[in-house]
Design a protein around this ligand. Sequence first.
Ligand code: BGC
Length: 747
Amino acid sequence: MKNYLKYDQWKIWEDRFHAEYNEVTESIMSLGNGKFGIRGNFEEKFTGHTLQGSYVAGVWFPDKTRVGWWKNGYPDYFAKVINSVNWIGVDVEVDGAVVNLAEAHILEFHREINLETGTLMRYCTLELAGGKQIRIHTQRFCSISNDRIGQVDFEVQALNFSGKLALVSYLDGDVRNKDSNHDERFWLETGKKTAGDSAALQVRTKPNPFGVPQFDVAVAMQNQVSLLRSSADGSTVHPARITPAEILKEKYTGLKYEKEVAPGEGLSLRKTVCILNSNDYTTGELLAAAQKQVEEAAQNHHLLHEHRNAWKKAWENCDIVIEGDVSAQIGIRFNIFHLLQTYNGTDSRLNIGPKGFTGEKYGGVTYWDTEAYCIPFYLASSDFSVARNLLVYRYNHLPKAIENAKKLGFKDGAALYPMVTMNGEECHNEWEITFEEIHRNGAIAYAIYDYINYTGDEAYLAEYGLEVLIGIARFWAQRVNWSADKQKYVMLGVTGPNEYENNVNNNWYTNYIAVWTLKYTLEAFGKVNNLSAILEKTGFRQEEETARWKDIIEKMYFPADAARNVFLQQDGFLDKELIPVDQLAERPINQKWSWDRILRSCFIKQADVLQGLYFFEDDFDEDTHRRNFDFYEPMTVHESSLSPCVHSILACKLGKTEKAYEMYLRTSRLDLDDYNNDTEDGLHITSMAGTWLSVIKGFAGIRIKNTELEIHPHLPAQWKSLTFRMGTKSGLKEIYIDHEGHRVREI
Ligand code: BGC
């Protein structure tokens, strides 16, 4: 756990440079706007520890799957989130020498992200070789009022010398991924233009043998340079006419502005960029479109103001105010901020990657995380169309899910959605996950229920939802088999949400969600007015298929331990040595233990049986919740970021508010405190929705039942009050909770 960052209610900063944690800080200080995003990398040259990351939504590379033992059904490729054109780059030169922040002597340093305004700011004073001192001040943002535009303000000032100062403002497409095999590059240059203070670069992903289209990204920049003078009365900026020198290299275009300066003088650069990609434009029109849009944006003096206003508006309805606990307050705001930066719901081709725009790990963007964790956040905090778009995304991938199931031997329209995907195709290539972690299919069905329960939009079933449900239900009906021994249906060879057990039989959660899907799909038949058209389209053999579904519903096997009166995570769970986590000497076990030792242990990576109790809480009484929580929580190591939030919600429900608070801090400050020692790879974006859930469903005790709001709060002792807004079918509501009670106000 790291404790080097400072914070108040809205800002997070470091007031000296922690080179050893730079990659962690870069993750935390990432900016994005749903369309593109960038890690908190430095603008100027830095050869120290860094993960360079500039990402464009919907732009990726299919990299060949490399495994020693090929298994039939493996996907051919792994989807890489690729590092794209570096658009923030500004090199500083002092008397011809490029300043490298990693080599300079840092006299003063401050880097700060402001969650209220969506801006990243930094100033530092550096001493260079020969004792020359310069001061750098930068600010940047990815506009959320115009999601094609980003802007960097970069100032450098000579403090104690006269000499030549230069700024090189550049676009660099010669970038690599940290996870690339053999240092491979993924980009080819396809276009470049320079004119006066503007320049543009277009790059295209390399060809691939998998039939995945190549993507083009065009970035145009417009620079505005001024002369900076500072005196005892403060700094002034004067327009300067400096004709830039062009620097052209393969996949790179730069403009160099040079000036003789005296002490106190410097250069001030405003760099506006426009980032477009071939998902929205033809490759032929990209470059010109980017140039045109950047020109307009650079002339818009209200760009920052509009961006800040858009954030103000976003916070009006999405903020959660926790009175009396700054650490919890910044924790939740940090999570909401990054969720809003990652996905804005305007494009149903996009989804929410576990790392968003903050890192490259995890390949692919869409996991079950979206349906199981993120949908409730977007339902409550955005227009309902945002959550609907996330569902439509899966509807559009239904043919691929059917194809995916077919590859594995399923038939008749059974659909298996991928564990990880970009375009509907499976991209995960570990057999125990690709083939076995099939519970993800259930979460996709559950999200349809969740959405309709929240919004009342039953028409969604007729338009899209029922077809998806039929595909998933068919998969479950084929995936189970009859056990003559048990005289029950069983599901063999699966991996549940707890990935620390593979190839187990009868994972309780998976069996439960499978049966639930069958029941819900049968119910849904009665809720559409175009049933015969859907049955015809899906080739549904009504009598035969529904008879089998009903038989499975009636005769499914659910492992349980009669003595303890708990559900069993899987058939063999009680054969394990049951040891509580607090007796573990080494943690996290995924970094300390061999994989086989983990698999044989009782330690649970993330909520599994408890995930089922959380989803289907009304099916079980409080004692059942309590017994299962008391049994599983002590064995859960929470080494998935998706885990503590579920435990926090259940703990609240059971009146274990202190436990809930401990779990809440763990989820909300997971990245800020780097609990799992992996924030340097990027933030845990999807689990941030879990943090939100733990406040709203946990401490506030909010439930939506058939579009109606219910509230059963359990405020932690540390909090004085909790205030937030949420959209419901009957309108926007503001909810205030304190230790005396709660109020709901219609907005
Ligand atoms: C978790 C999965 C999750 C994935 C992406 C894994 O560590 O076990 O449940 O889908 O991360 O967040």
